[in-house]
Write a protein that binds this ligand. Structure first.
Ligand code: SME
Length: 164
């Protein structure tokens, strides 16, 4: 089976448009959350070159590091803490233009300047994981990223369980 991506558009919206169907085909009907998170992390990193792309999974009252691409990262994040824990607590996507201006931001990497965190919910609507992306540039994420990443989630997590 061939497993490569072709993303050539110069603009961000175009790159998402090219990437989404390829990701859907790559994932197919596989339901192994770890395998899918690993490939989604790799695909987003390859397509956009961001500093860090990865997942944290809900385990009890903590987010635990899951599959990712980029430098080593914090292993555990408490509920409500940092951008990830806040997105989990609010069950909504958070776009942070300047991480230094976000109260309680957890600086896993001193190079991160902006961040987007998208919650993934289980069938009951509870957050089971978050997708976290960090950029070395200020204000690198906008409504195009929010809408495109939120559209991507159901492709691979139609019914994600808290246990992964
Ligand atoms: N900055 C995140 C922590 C995770 S790392 O960015 C990979 C936060 O504030 O939750």
């Amino acid at each position: 089976m061939s497993a490569s991506l072709t993303v050539t558009a110069a603009d961000k919206a175009g790159r998402y448009r090219e990437l989404l169907p390829q990701l859907a085909a790559l994932i197919g009907s596989d339901t192994d959350a770890i395998a899918v998170m690993a490939n989604v992390s790799a695909a987003l990193k390859e397509a956009f070159g961001w500093h860090w792309v990865g997942f944290y999974r809900v385990e009890g009252d903590t987010l635990v590091l899951g599959p990712f691409q980029g430098p080593v990262a914090c292993t555990r994040i408490p509920h409500g803490r940092g951008v990830c824990g806040s997105a989990w607590a609010r069950n909504e996507t958070l776009v942070v233009a300047d991480v230094d201006a976000f109260p309680g931001h957890i600086a896993c990497s001193s190079l991160s300047r902006s961040e987007i965190v998208v919650p993934l919910t289980d069938c009951a609507g509870r957050v089971a994981a978050v997708l976290d992306i960090d950029s070395v540039h200020l204000a690198d994420f906008d409504d195009t990223d929010r809408a495109s990443l939120e559209a991507l989630i159901p492709l691979f997590a139609p019914c994600l369980s808290a246990q992964g």
